[in-house]
Design a protein around this ligand. Sequence first.
Ligand code: CA
Length: 184
Amino acid sequence: LCLSVCPDRMPLKMYGLLLTNYLNILETLANVAPNGQATQSSLYANNVHAVNVINRDMTGLCSHTANQSSPWWKLDLLAVHRVRAVTIFNRPNCCPERLIGAEILIGNSPSTEVAQNPRCGTISSVEGTLTHTFHCGDMEGRYVVVILPGQKRILSLCEVEVYASLAGMLLPLFVHNIKKDLII
Ligand SMILES: [Ca+2]
């Protein structure tokens, strides 16, 4: 832990503190969604693209599919990740109830069929909130899919955050966070 920065006679308690901080940093997961590639099942108009969902803007232009059967939005994280949590931001200006029934799937199948990837959660109510956070228990997968099963549905999302680490690669994440802190 210390290498060149620790004094020779650091009290044992300090080593414990450093270890605690180290473990806390490992727990701090970044939102990796903006690093991925987003697609959706259809496009309602030419300014409501799937990429609007990962642009770190919670209230601006959102995504919007056509009125169709089981519309979906898919994020390819480009590598298998261990997903701790997903937060979904509903659109603030209209019809939040359209998101009721949306399922959040995480897995390694690029398919958007509901049965192809395990489910992290389902939006069962939109009362009183525009954000929905689901704890996924470190589900592993390369793909995150939000799908609205059923006929004549419209899927509109303003932002999706995915808090995750690369599967099996905690150390690079730790280094990344340290670098980020130093820059700030
Ligand atoms: Ca956005």
